[in-house]
Structure formats: structure tokens, C-alpha cells
Design a protein. Structure first.
Length: 252
């Protein structure tokens, strides 16, 4: 039979005071309450810390972040909840703004309503333009208005000149037809006698320079000037009076 020993099988004498070793000094004073219910508050705090640590580990795994270094977790320890909340709010705000911009059928309220532009031709005046006759004498354009000016540099344009004279005569107005080039061009024969047709020179290309739509152009063009010297219409690359037939009735 075995021998009953009082040394807990270790062969040494038990320590004085009961046989249990002393607790580490860094643990401080430990008080064991008589009622276990007094530890509910501390237990709830520890369980809350465990839950927070588990949530942080779960989110770190989802975002493929390295494990959090071991440290003491307290109620004041920052977690991932606040950064995640801020990130979520920023993403939602960005998506809402994006949908508001690209939503079909919705025009921004701040878009100003544009008024239709006024006619640029009405603001162009040719009252200061002067041409030259075959002898080089100056002829002011105001002496010729209302007028249809055919710019025919590098082109005989006999058919255009004849058809324009016929169209002006058919309009039964007071408009004249002026055929203009750098040098006074030669007019075709057998023009409509009911239309006044003259040939004048524009050595400085002052007509083209005065009409913004024709600046730098060298193609055949028609310039319609009203009786007050203001531009009524300018047509580039003109081949027929049909291009400006509607304005002929306004040349009075």
C-alpha cells in the first residue's frame, strides 16, 4: 500500500500559510468577492473586448491585411469600425454625385439659357469701301447701293454674270450688279438691258477684307449690300443666283 505523504508528492515541505505559491507582484492586490455577481461588469467588458478583436480580425482577413500585432485591447483602443464607416460614407457620396451627373433626361439647373445669336451680317458695314473704274478713278460703294457684288478673281464667270443680271432684272428692284476683281474684268456680251451691270477693280481686296466670312477667301463669291451700306448676305463658292434669290427682293 502506498504511503500517505503530506508533501504533495514532491518530497518538499509545503510553504507556510497553506501550500500555494505566492501570486506575481505585478498582478497587484486581488480581491475575491463573496458574491460572483459582482464580477458581471468586468466580465461584460472582457467579452466586449473579445468581440471587437474578433471583428477586427475578420475585416483584416477580408481586406487581405496582415494580422494585427498582439497588444492589450482596451475600450479606448481604436478599431476598424470608424475608418470603415468613413470610407463607406465617402463611397456612397461619390456614387450619388456620379448618378446625379449622368442621369439621362436631367439637365443641370445651373446651365444658363443661351439666347439665339444675332445675325453677324447685320453688323457689317461696307460704307467705307472704295473701288476703281477702268481708268483708276475711285468709286465709293455707297454710290452703287443697293448692289449685288460678284467677286470673280481668276474666273470669267460669264454664265454667273448673265444669270445674276437676269435675276436682278426679274426682281424689278433698284439693285445693281457690280463685277469685281483685282483688275476690272471684261463683261460678257448680251447682258439683260433691264439690269445695270458695271465692271470695277478692287486691287486691295477691300470687299473681301470687310466681310468676315470672305476674309482670306479667293473663291467666287456674291456679296449683297443693302441701300444703307450694310451687308445683307455673303455667299462663298457661288455658281448661280439661286443661292441668294430670296434676298434680292430686299435690295431696295
Amino acid at each position: 500500500m502506498g504511503t500517505l505523504r503530506g508533501d504533495n508528492g514532491g518530497g518538499d515541505r509545503p510553504q507556510e500559510g497553506g501550500g500555494l505559491p505566492d501570486l506575481p507582484p505585478e498582478w497587484g492586490t486581488i480581491i475575491i468577492p463573496d458574491d460572483a455577481a459582482a464580477l458581471d461588469h468586468e466580465g461584460a467588458t472582457i467579452r466586449r473586448q473579445f468581440r471587437r478583436a474578433a471583428i477586427r480580425r475578420s475585416w483584416r482577413r477580408r481586406f487581405h491585411l496582415p494580422p494585427e500585432p498582439a497588444r492589450r485591447t482596451t475600450d479606448d483602443s481604436p478599431g476598424l469600425a470608424v475608418p470603415l464607416l468613413i470610407m463607406s460614407i465617402a463611397v456612397v457620396a461619390t456614387l450619388v454625385s456620379l448618378f446625379a451627373v449622368v442621369w439621362p433626361g436631367r439637365a443641370p439647373r445651373t446651365t444658363p439659357r443661351l439666347t439665339p445669336p444675332t445675325s453677324a451680317a447685320a453688323a457689317v458695314s461696307l460704307t467705307g469701301v472704295s473701288l476703281q473704274d477702268a481708268e483708276g478713278a475711285p468709286v465709293g460703294l455707297t454710290e452703287l447701293t443697293p448692289v449685288v457684288i460678284l467677286l470673280v478673281d481668276g474666273c470669267t464667270c460669264e454664265q454667273l454674270i448673265r444669270s445674276t443680271a437676269d435675276a436682278v432684272a426679274a426682281a424689278k428692284g433698284t439693285a445693281k450688279v457690280i463685277v469685281v476683281a483685282t483688275r476690272a474684268p471684261t463683261l460678257p456680251s448680251e447682258l439683260n438691258p433691264q439690269a445695270t451691270v458695271r465692271s470695277l477693280a478692287d486691287p486691295n481686296n477691300s470687299v473681301r477684307a470687310s466681310v468676315p466670312a470672305l476674309a482670306g477667301e479667293r473663291t467666287t463669291a456674291a456679296v449683297l449690300v443693302a441701300g444703307d451700306g450694310h451687308l445683307l448676305r455673303a455667299v462663298r463658292s457661288v455658281t448661280s443666283p439661286d443661292s441668294f434669290s430670296e434676298e434680292l427682293s430686299k435690295l431696295q
